[in-house]
Design a protein around this ligand. Structure first.
Ligand code: SAH
Ligand code: SF4
Ligand code: F3S
Length: 553
C-alpha cells in the first residue's frame, strides 16, 4: 500500500565546502617572468571529487549522473580518493559485507581529513535509509553529508556548488510505503531527463551505456533491503527513455542495457494512453494491477529496436535489460525479445532457490514449476539463449534437503552462469522475523558446494561454442578477471584467466576482450582500435568462465 502525503518541504542543509588554502610558498609571479604567458592562477575554489561506487549497475549508473552533475558545476575529477577534496561514496546494502567495506574505510577517511581539513565526504546509495538515519553518523563518523538514493540529484545544491548552469533542482520529499519512510523521488525521472538533455551524464564507457528505466522496487522478497532503500517503483516516461536511447545511438554507443530492480514491471504506474490501447497484459501474481493501455517493457524494447540507421539496421546493435523478476515475465515480452534483432540472446532470471517452501518464505511469489514454464517458453522462442541466475544459500530454515533441491534445480536448468551468495540478514526486512538459523560455516559449505556443482555445467555450456563463429563487441584491453556483476559472487569469479593468458598478440596487437551477444566473455588478440567494434571471432578454446578465439573479419 502506498500512501502519498502531500509533499513536504524539507529544510535544505547546505554543506559548506571551504576552498583549500593557497599552496604554501607560491610567490606572486614576477611580471617580467617570460613564463607568465603560460601562467594559470591556482584558484581551486571548486573541489576535485572522487566517486567510490559499490553495488549493482543501478549504482554505477547513478554515479555517472552524479559525476556529470559535479563536472557541470565546474568541479574536477580527482584520480584517487587520496587526491580529492570531495569524496562521494555510493553505497550498497544488499549484504552486511557491502556495508562493512565502507564502515571499514572510515578510519582511512578520517586520517585523510586530518591531513586535508577541506576534505568533505558525502555518503549516498542504499545504505542511507530514512528509518536508520539517526544511526548513520555513528556508523560512518567520517561522513559530512548523507543523501538517500532519491536525493542524489540534490548533491550539487547541497554542496553549495549550484550555479546558473546547474540551478537548484529537486528538493526531496518523503512518502510512507507500508511503515517505511522513503523519498517520493518523483524528481528522479525529471532530473535524469534534464541531465541527459544537458549532456552532463558522465558515461563510464563510450561503447556500452546504462539506461535506467524504472526506479525502486514494489516486490516483497523478505530478505531484501532494496525496497527500503530505493522506495516504490517509479517508471520513467516512455518518450524520455526512447529519447535517451536515440541520443546514445547518435553518440555511437553499440550497446545499451535497460536498468531497473525489476524491469519487467516497467510502466504499470504510468498513465494509460490511447497509443498503448493494444496492451492488455494480465499480471498473474501479487498485487492486482490495471496494466491496460500502459506501456510495458515489450513496447519499450520494440520502440528502441525501431531506431534504425539509413540502411535499416538497428542503430543500437545490442540491447539488453537487467533484472527480470520471473513473476512479471510476460508473453508479450518474450515475443518482443524473439522479434527484435537488437535484443541480445541473454537473460538474467534470478531464481534464488530451487525449493518451493524456501521460495514461499522468501516471498518470491512463484514456484519452481512456474519458473521452469517461463524458461521453457523463452528457450522455445529464442533457441540458444544464454541464461544466468542469482541464488541465495542458507536462507532462514533452509535444510539440507531444500539445498539439495536447489543443486538438482541448477543441474536441470543448466545455467550459463550462477551468481550465488550466502544469506545475510538485513535490518528492517521482513525476514528478520524468521530465525537466521543456518550457521555461517554451513552457509559457506553450501556456497562452495553450489559453485562446485555449477562449474562443470558452465564449462559444458561454454564448450557448446567451440569452433563456432561469434560476434564479439570488443570493449577492453583484456583483464584477467571475468567480473561484470556486483551482486552475489559469480560462480568462479576471478577465473577465465587461463583464456586471457592463452592470447598471443602478434606485432602491433594487444590482448583484447569483449562479449558475445549471449554475454560470454571472449579473449582475443587484435588492434587496440578495435575497441567499440563488432568483430567476428572463431572460438578455439572454451574454459568454464570464458572463451578464447581468433578474429576472422
Ligand atoms: N532485483 C533483483 C535483485 C537485486 S539484488 C532481482 O530481484 O533479481 C541482487 C541479488 O542479491 C539478489 O538476486 C539476491 O540473490 C541477492 N540478495 C539480495 N538480498 C540478499 C541478502 N539479504 N542476502 C544475500 N543475498 C541477497
Ligand atoms: Fe529485492 Fe526482490 Fe525487489 Fe529484487 S525483486 S530488488 S530481490 S525485493
Ligand atoms: Fe546494492 Fe542497492 Fe544495488 S543494495 S545491489 S546498490 S540497488
Amino acid at each position: 500500500m502506498i500512501e502519498r502525503p502531500p509533499a513536504r518541504d524539507r529544510r535544505l542543509p547546505i554543506l559548506e565546502i571551504t576552498p583549500p588554502a593557497p599552496t604554501a610558498g607560491r610567490a606572486a609571479p614576477d611580471p617580467a617572468d617570460r613564463r607568465l604567458g603560460e601562467f594559470r592562477p591556482e584558484t581551486r575554489a571548486l573541489p576535485s571529487f572522487f566517486v567510490w561506487t559499490l553495488g549493482c549497475q543501478m549504482n554505477r549508473s547513478d554515479s555517472e549522473e552524479m559525476a556529470g552533475r559535479l563536472l557541470a558545476s565546474g568541479a574536477t575529477e580527482a584520480p584517487t580518493m587520496e587526491a580529492a577534496d570531495l569524496v562521494v561514496i555510493n553505497t550498497c546494502a544488499i549484504r552486511e559485507l557491502a556495508e562493512a567495506k565502507v564502515i571499514g574505510r572510515q578510519g582511512h577517511l578520517q586520517r585523510l581529513k586530518a591531513a586535508n581539513p577541506s576534505l568533505r565526504v558525502v555518503l549516498t546509495g542504499c545504505a542511507v535509509r530514512e528509518r536508520d538515519r539517526h544511526g548513520l553518523e555513528h556508523r560512518y563518523p567520517a561522513v559530512d553529508l548523507f543523501l538517500r538514493p532519491d536525493e542524489e540529484p540534490e548533491l550539487v545544491d547541497r554542496l553549495g556548488l549550484a550555479s546558473a548552469q546547474a540551478p537548484v533542482g529537486a528538493v526531496g520529499a518523503t512518502t510512507v510505503v507500508g511503515r517505511t519512510v522513503v523519498g517520493v523521488a518523483d524528481h528522479l525521472a525529471a532530473t535524469r531527463a534534464a541531465a541527459v538533455a544537458g549532456g552532463s551524464v558522465q558515461r563510464g564507457s563510450a561503447v556500452s551505456a546504462w539506461l535506467p528505466i524504472i526506479y525502486g522496487c514494489d516486490k516483497t522478497c523478505t530478505y531484501c533491503i532494496v525496497p527500503f532503500s530505493r522506495g516504490p517503483e517509479r517508471s520513467r516516461p516512455f518518450d524520455d527513455i526512447v529519447e535517451e536511447a536515440r541520443s546514445l545511438a547518435v553518440a555511437g554507443f553499440r550497446e545499451v542495457t535497460l536498468l531497473g530492480q525489476n524491469v519487467n514491471s516497467y510502466g504499470h504506474d504510468l498513465p494509460a494512453e490511447s497509443r498503448f490501447g493494444h496492451i492488455a497484459t494480465e499480471r498473474w501474481a501479487g498485487r492486482r494491477l490495471d496494466l491496460g493501455s500502459r506501456p510495458d517493457l515489450a513496447e519499450l524494447i520494440r520502440a528502441i529496436d525501431a531506431i534504425r540507421t539509413a540502411d535499416g539496421a538497428p542503430a543500437i546493435p545490442r540491447l539488453r535489460f537487467i533484472t527480470s523478476h520471473p513473476w512479471d515475465l510476460s508473453d508479450r515480452l518474450i515475443e518482443a525479445m524473439a522479434e527484435c534483432p537488437s535484443l541480445c540472446e541473454a537473460l538474467h532470471l534470478p531464481v534464488q532457490s530451487g525449493d518451493d517452501e524456501v521460495l514461499r518464505r522468501m516471498g518470491r511469489q512463484y514456484t519452481t514449476e512456474h519458473y521452469l514454464e517461463r524458461l521453457a517458453t523463452i528457450r522455445a522462442a529464442i533457441p540458444g539463449i544464454t541464461v544466468s541466475t542469482d541464488v541465495i544459500v542458507g536462507f532462514c530454515g533452509e535444510t539440507e534437503a531444500h539445498f539439495e533441491r536447489t543443486l538438482r534445480f541448477l543441474e536441470a536448468v543448466g545455467y550459463d552462469q550462477v551468481f550465488a551468495a550466502a544469506y545475510s540478514e538485513r535490518p528492517g526486512t521482513p525476514a528478520t522475523r524468521l530465525a537466521d538459523d543456518v550457521p555461517a560455516a554451513v552457509k559457506r559449505r553450501r556456497l562452495n558446494e553450489l559453485l562446485a556443482v555449477q562449474e562443470p555445467i558452465g564449462f559444458e555450456r561454454n564448450r557448446e561454442w567451440l569452433d563456432r563463429e561469434v560476434e564479439v563487441l570488443v570493449d577492453a584491453v583484456a583483464r584477467a578477471r571475468s567480473h561484470d556483476h556486483d551482486g552475489p559472487a559469480p560462480a568462479g569469479e576471478g577465473s577465465g584467466a587461463e583464456e586471457h593468458r592463452g592470447v598471443q598478440p602478434g606485432p602491433g596487437e594487444v590482448a583484447l576482450s569483449g562479449r558475445t551477444r549471449g554475454n560470454k566473455l571472449v579473449h582475443l588478440a587484435g588492434h587496440p582500435d578495435w575497441i567499440g567494434r563488432l568483430v567476428t571471432v572463431r572460438v578455439e578454446h572454451a574454459g568454464p568462465y570464458a572463451l578464447r578465439g581468433v578474429a576472422i573479419a
